[in-house]
Design a protein around this ligand. Structure first.
Ligand code: 3PY
Ligand code: MG
Length: 253
């Protein structure tokens, strides 16, 4: 089992993806065709359940797109379900301290280092190998992403980053700005300052940095600041942003 996404990140090559909140293998396949390096099946902010998760992971078959899952919460059973369905990486939302980061990493790691239960029959089918072959390589291949989404987590970043096994830190501007009482105000000086503080700490720890880009310009700026994983919008947001202005212009002509 290899994870091309993890290899690219280790080589410092930027990787691009988006979030899929619709429980739809059909939409997943459309986004695979766009050429994304990875897609995040979002169990946190949408109606996606276990059956859709598995079907959406299968929608990346015969493509170079890596299926990732964002868990609704840092629950052990959720990590197991997503990984046993064949996800090659997990986003852990709202990590607040080192204890939570440690629980998250352990839930995606087999014993003795972690506490993931053994049963990767379908993960083996998905990656066309036996479950023992899968289990031999899974801990190394699975990308573990910690999401920093609160001012208090930024304050505790040094202790969080000392937890071993974190492959990437995703700095989440929506929740982070909300924690400052400035929801969505990404250009506000306090939001910018907090984001920058977090970025510097992650970079100083030598851990790859991921974040959210709401536009092409934002993405370009983030690449220049050293981000290597960019999440470009959400499915619904991308569709709305593409269609609403066109409709408005046509109606007003
Ligand atoms: C956030 O910004 O809060 C996210 O979860 C993703 O960008
Ligand atoms: Mg968030």
């Amino acid at each position: 089992l290899t994870n091309p996404l993890k290899q690219k990140l280790a080589a410092g090559i930027p990787v691009f993806g988006t979030a899929v909140t619709a429980p739809s293998p059909h939409l997943m396949r459309t986004l695979v065709a766009c050429g994304f390096d990875w897609l995040m099946i979002d169990l946190e902010h949408g109606p996606i359940g276990p059956e859709s998760t598995q079907a959406m992971i299968n929608a990346t078959l015969e493509s170079s797109c890596t299926p990732l899952v964002r868990l609704a919460a840092g629950e052990k059973w959720m990590a197991k379900m997503a990984l046993d369905s064949g996800a090659l990486g997990l986003f852990f939302p709202l990590i607040m301290d080192a204890g939570e980061a440690n629980c998250a990493i352990r839930s995606a790691t087999y014993p003795p280092a972690g506490n993931r239960g053994f049963g990767p029959i379908h993960a083996g089918y998905r990656w066309q190998m036996s479950m023992t072959e899968y289990a031999r390589d899974a801990d190394d291949a699975i990308l573990k992403i910690i999401m920093i989404e609160h001012l208090d987590a930024v304050d505790r970043l040094e202790e969080i980053l000392s937890v071993s096994g974190i492959d990437l830190v995703f700095i989440a501007p929506y929740d982070l700005s909300q924690s400052l009482g400035l929801a969505g105000q990404f250009d506000h000086p306090r939001v910018k300052e907090t984001l920058m503080l977090a970025e510097r700490a992650v970079q100083a720890a030598g851990i790859p940095l991921g974040g959210f880009a709401g536009s092409l310009e934002a993405g370009q700026e983030m690449l220049a600041r050293g981000y290597t994983l960019l999440m470009f919008g959400y499915d619904s947001m991308l569709i709305e942003n593409a269609l609403t202005p066109v409709l408005q212009k046509l109606r007003n002509q």
